[in-house]
Design a protein around this ligand. Structure first.
Ligand code: SAM
Length: 345
């Protein structure tokens, strides 16, 4: 299908409602799979509208389920919609949508965690990284247990310009449990500032678009849901490998409530910890008594740049893992006072 062809406005013909589709194909939500469906087409239209202008776009929808968001995307005059759904029970209902929108909906029964979208759309859609974003969009309402690991994987893809970002700066509109949406967009010094804030914001312009109350879903989840939009930055704020940034950020937040020098010290073996932490903080011009939540992306940029230099000088440093040292020496005192805090993204 040619990427540049002009399209007339498309509307789906009258179809059974999503509720009727659920009944017809016996699509009861599976609790263990955290399936929560959006049946209100006004809400699914809003998600799609907020994703940006989808005219002639190639859209990748992850986890379409009974197809509420799918319908709204098809009504947005897209060139093509590719959906990847893991649960085979949804395929016949999606097939019905495909019949109602000939040539527009491609259905893959598969797993978004392994699906290679970089091969799915025409080569001609590819843009230079510095150009405006390509006309390729990702949209999805996935289970929370999938959306968080998936966004980490996609952020790594952004940093390497591969996966969905082989097309250029592909935009994403995804749902997260409200607390995760707040962490993704949290500013320096805010209560929700976390590893995820820095990992997302150094690579993307991240916007919390709106909140969907839990009661809008069937069945109702325990929490509200945040809709978040990501546009990869032309120039990442931190110009270091993803793995290195992740290591520095993870260490900094290791002792979330303590001064940042405590967590950052975990980057170094005990024998050189004091001296190397001082060298890192001085080199990066970062006040050791700031809390991790008070560190800005530009603080992290300086920390990562200095840590990179230190790793170049000492080839064993990057492989150092304080948890392994802790296990070997049984150093209980280095474990965070509140593991739940330190391990949260
Ligand atoms: N998008 C639909 C909606 O908003 O009503 C369904 C949302 S439901 C929260 C999540 C959907 O993602 C389910 O249909 C589920 O089967 C699907 N799903 C879960 N994990 C998946 C995976 N790894 N790959 C593809 N689909 C997945």
């Amino acid at each position: 299908m040619a990427a540049s062809r002009t399209l007339t406005t498309f509307r789906l013909p009258p179809l059974p409602t999503i509720r009727e589709i659920i009944k017809l194909f016996r699509l009861q939500a599976v609790k263990q799979l955290s399936q929560n469906f959006l049946l209100d087409l006004k809400l699914t239209d809003k998600i799609v509208r907020k994703a940006g202008n989808l005219t002639n776009a190639y859209v990748y929808e992850v986890g379409p389920g009974p197809g509420g968001i799918t319908r709204s995307i098809l009504n947005a005059s897209v060139a093509e919609l590719l959906v990847v759904e893991k649960d085979s029970r949804f395929i016949p209902g999606l097939q019905m949508l495909s019949d109602a929108a000939p040539g527009k909906l491609r259905i893959v029964h598969g797993d978004v965690l392994t699906f290679k979208v970089e091969r799915a759309f025409p080569e001609s859609l590819k843009r230079q990284w510095e150009d405006d974003p390509p006309n390729v969009h990702i949209i999805g309402n996935l289970p929370f247990s999938v959306s968080t690991p998936l966004i980490i994987k996609w952020l790594e893809n952004v940093s390497q310009k591969d996966g969905p970002f082989a097309y250029g700066r592909t935009q994403m509109t995804l749902t997260f449990q409200q607390e995760v949406a707040e962490r993704l967009t949290a500013s320096t010094g805010s209560r929700q500032r976390s590893r995820l804030s820095v990992m997302a914001q150094h690579l993307c312009h991240v916007r919390h678009l709106f909140t969907i109350p839990g009661r809008a879903f069937v069945p109702k989840p325990q929490v509200d849901v945040g809709v978040v939009h990501f546009t990869p930055l032309v120039r990442p704020a931190i110009q270091q490998p993803f793995e290195l940034v992740e290591k520095v950020v993870q260490s900094a937040f290791h002792f979330r409530r303590k001064y940042c020098h405590r967590g950052l010290g975990m980057l170094f073996p005990e024998a050189q910890r004091l001296e190397s932490t001082e060298k890192l903080l001085q080199g990066a011009d970062v006040d050791p008594t700031l809390r991790p939540t008070q560190l800005s992306v530009s603080h992290f940029r300086s920390l990562c740049d200095v840590y990179r230099k230190m790793c170049d000088e000492d080839p064993h440093l990057f492989a150092y893992n304080f948890r392994e040292e802790c296990k070997r020496t049984k150093c209980k005192s280095q474990e965070p006072e509140d593991d739940r805090e330190s391990s949260r993204l």
